[in-house]
Design a protein around this ligand. Structure first.
Ligand code: GDD
Ligand code: MG
Length: 402
């Protein structure tokens, strides 16, 4: 792969947010060798990407998606990756989940590998979190709460049991297997150029095709309706502290992202669809150096956190889930931004005015505070693993064959 090197970055304490990187060639036809970073371009040979992928777990969150889409997504994931599907698909009144499991296992047979499928509300999973001392994620029944972030956290903990180093997330409702393949290759490219163990790679879509109403043509939109706002607000937050106006953040809502597990265990999370914007906020709070209590609790030492933002080439086409869904996502983003200890009063006023203007809350309404999930490294990982020994998927999860 040939990929632009980051032209510049914003630094916020130990956090480096690198500028968007364009991809120039998906497959550079050089199979072997070292990563070379001369001039403006980083060149990453195929075997370097393959090696990183063989250290990666791809986690696919899914809730009530069409099976044809899920199957397409699985088709796109490079063979070296281990795959964990974390589902929150309905089990009543009909057991859609069991049909999903059958379809995924059937697909896996053609790949000659196992694909682990776990329901996030499996009581054993809830019990494993409880016994490992992480009840934050659980509801009154002791089950993992509903929500995309909650599924991702389950996937992250399961990934720690595989012994692999990296995790990457891909949504299950993508129409193009080729796009999924590209995202995972780009995660690997990001890790190939990362300098330390604490790295995150976020995908910015090159375009998102939309059918123009009343016209028989496509429009290739650049920004999603949510991320257009998220990016502006996150950049304002950074600018408040650095004193320089910035457009560095271009992946405020990147559902497609990957992390080293070293980093994933050292971050806090927030629920549902707020998780991706909250990545930035949590990292700025925890490693930005402004909040002394969190900075002092950090075990990063001389290390730094690197965020890479890579612009993918395939158009991104996924299921349309309606206006209310988009509004919910904007509300989720506003919640984590508004309630951050870093957010200055001026920005809070902007956020509140925006929420009221857009009718996301009542005219006199306020922005509700989200739940927060503390870093997973607080958990007793051995206990978590012990409890899951009783799960039917335990062996496939920990087998190095995958
Ligand atoms: N396990 C699990 N649990 N998965 C879920 C849940 C849940 O409760 N809710 C949704 N999902 C799955 C969906 O099935 C899909 O595969 C993926 O999570 C993303 O959900 P969508 O509902 O399709 O979200 P979106 O397409 O509007 O938004 C996506 O893109 C945004 C912008 O990049 C998400 O990835 C957002 O998180 C992201 O910010
Ligand atoms: Mg989607």
């Amino acid at each position: 792969m040939r990929i632009e090197r980051p032209r510049t970055f914003d630094r916020f304490g130990a956090l480096l947010i690198n500028d968007l990187q364009k991809v120039y060639q998906l497959d550079s036809a050089v199979a072997r060798g070292e990563v070379s970073q001369r001039g403006a371009i980083a060149h990453i040979p195929g075997d370097v990407l393959d090696r990183i992928e063989s250290q990666m777990v791809v986690i696919v969150p899914v809730r009530n998606e069409r099976l044809r889409l899920v199957e397409g997504v699985l088709t796109g994931i490079p063979g070296n990756c281990q795959v964990i599907v974390v589902s929150n698909t309905d089990r009543s009144p009909f057991n859609r989940f069991s049909v999903e499991v059958d379809a995924i296992h059937n697909h896996a047979r053609f790949l000659d590998k196992t694909i682990t499928v776990v329901h996030q509300r499996d009581p054993l999973v809830g019990q494993a979190f409880a016994e490992a001392g992480y009840t934050h994620l659980l509801d009154e029944e002791g089950l993992v709460r509903h929500g995309k972030a909650e599924g991702m956290i389950v996937g992250t903990m399961l990934a720690t049991m595989t012994g692999r180093k990296y995790i990457g997330f891909v949504d299950a409702d993508n129409y193009f297997p080729g796009a999924v393949h590209e995202y995972v290759r780009e995660y690997a490219a990001g890790f190939a150029i990362a300098r330390g163990p604490y790295a995150m790679v976020r995908i910015a879509w090159h375009s998102k095709p939309k059918v123009m109403t009343g016209q028989d043509r496509l429009f290739f939109a650049k920004w999603g309706r949510v991320s257009a706002h998220t990016n502006v607000f996150l950049n304002k937050l950074i600018a408040h502290y650095t004193g320089y106006e910035t457009e560095m953040v271009k992946t405020g809502n990147a559902g497609e992202h990957a992390m080293s597990l070293d980093l994933a265990l050292r971050m806090g999370y927030s629920p549902g669809y707020s998780i991706e914007p909250y990545h930035y906020i949590d990292l700025m709070e925890r490693y930005g150096g402004v909040l002394r209590d969190l900075a002092e609790a950090s075990d990063l030492g001389e290390g730094r956190i690197e965020i890479y933002q890579i612009e993918s080439r395939n158009p991104h086409l996924h299921e349309v889930k309606g206006e209310d869904h988009v509004d919910d996502m904007i509300r989720a983003m506003l919640g984590v931004l508004y309630h951050s200890r870093l957010t200055p009063e001026v920005l809070k006023t902007d956020l509140l005015a925006f929420a009221r203007e857009q009718n996301l809350i009542g005219k006199e309404g306020s922005i509700p505070a989200p739940l927060y999930y503390p870093p997973l490294k607080e958990m007793d990982c051995n206990r978590f693993r012990e409890v899951l020994k009783a799960a039917p998927y335990f062996e496939e999860l920990v087998s190095s064959e995958n």
